[in-house]
Write a protein that binds this ligand. Structure first.
Ligand code: ZN
Length: 291
């Protein structure tokens, strides 16, 4: 993927994200190969600090940055850190890489003979690994995986934990001291997220003139307890724009937290709206949603 392509995938899946410094040009391509890429590798940073962007971007003297492509903070926001070769995977097991390429069950790793930094996108989740990641982080991990898999046409077997890769001593992503999450369970959830969240393919563009944007009915129609046709109209448009994975049922006429979450994701994905992403549509959100 190019930087523009990953951003468009993040938007397509309603993933909140922020861009850090010159991430699009920040990589270690001058030090080694980058690509072909075969999968996404999941890490914990080993720290619960609130802001880990600088460390992931700069790295440290013995391990220069970028240390990943995606930083995933506690509230579920993705921070874009680098694009290209990054120091996150180290050496691992060629049998694991072969399984990822073939999308077969991941074998137990027992050697470190293959450069992973050329082969994997990497997400560093901001938590110690000695406790569970936050629910928001887990949700975004699911959506990020789905966004990457959707672009490449891969299945859930293309997502592995660093602890499965064959780098000695690694157990990330962890859930309790020294123990890695059951990645087969994580992959099952990713499979379900991908199946549910995959936005329908857009229909062929028609040469007819674009539909006019309907008038914004007013903020009072989108409040807890509200029930009206505009809530349905809003929900249907959110589904059209790729936010359908928020809705297990519906959309319908009653304003719910699901509508609010979908609106907030849409707002966060658009720079003009991100500053006031409260999940309640105003005239600008409405206009952008229907344009
Ligand atoms: Zn790691």
């Amino acid at each position: 993927m190019t930087p523009a392509q990953i951003l468009s995938q993040l938007k397509k899946f309603g993933i909140p994200f922020k861009e850090y410094k010159d991430w699009k040009n920040h990589n270690r391509n001058h030090k080694g190969k980058w690509g072909p890429v075969h999968g996404l590798m999941v890490h914990h940073t080993g720290s619960n600090n609130k802001d880990q962007r600088a460390l992931l971007y700069d790295g440290y003297s013995t391990l220069p940055g970028p240390l990943c492509h995606f930083g995933l903070d506690q509230d579920g926001t993705i921070h874009m850190i680098g694009w290209g070769r990054a120091n996150h995977a180290g050496s691992g097991d060629d049998d694991v890489l072969d399984a990822v390429i073939a999308e077969k069950d991941i074998p137990h790793d027992n050697e470190s003979n293959t450069d992973g930094n050329a082969r994997f996108y990497g997400v560093e989740i901001w938590y110690s690994g000695s406790q569970k990641m936050s629910d928001a982080q887990y949700k975004t991990l699911q959506l990020l995986s789905a966004a990457v898999l959707d672009f490449h046409g891969w299945n859930e077997q293309s997502v592995i934990g660093h602890g499965e890769w064959g780098s000695p001593g690694k157990w990330d992503p962890g859930y309790t001291p020294g123990k890695m999450m059951d990645m087969d369970d994580v992959r099952k959830d990713i499979k379900a997220t991908l199946a549910k969240g995959k936005p329908s393919t857009p229909s062929k563009p028609t040469p007819s003139k674009p539909k006019p944007v309907p008038a914004f009915p007013g903020r009072g129609y989108f409040r807890p307890g509200a029930r009206n046709k505009y809530v349905t109209q809003l929900g249907q448009q959110l589904v059209k724009k790729g936010y359908g994975h928020f809705y297990r049922v519906g959309p319908g006429p009653s304003w719910t937290n699901v509508d609010r979450s979908a609106v907030r994701a849409f707002q966060r994905a658009h720079r003009e709206l991100a500053g006031d992403a409260d999940g309640y549509p105003g005239p600008l959100t409405w206009t952008m949603l229907f344009s």
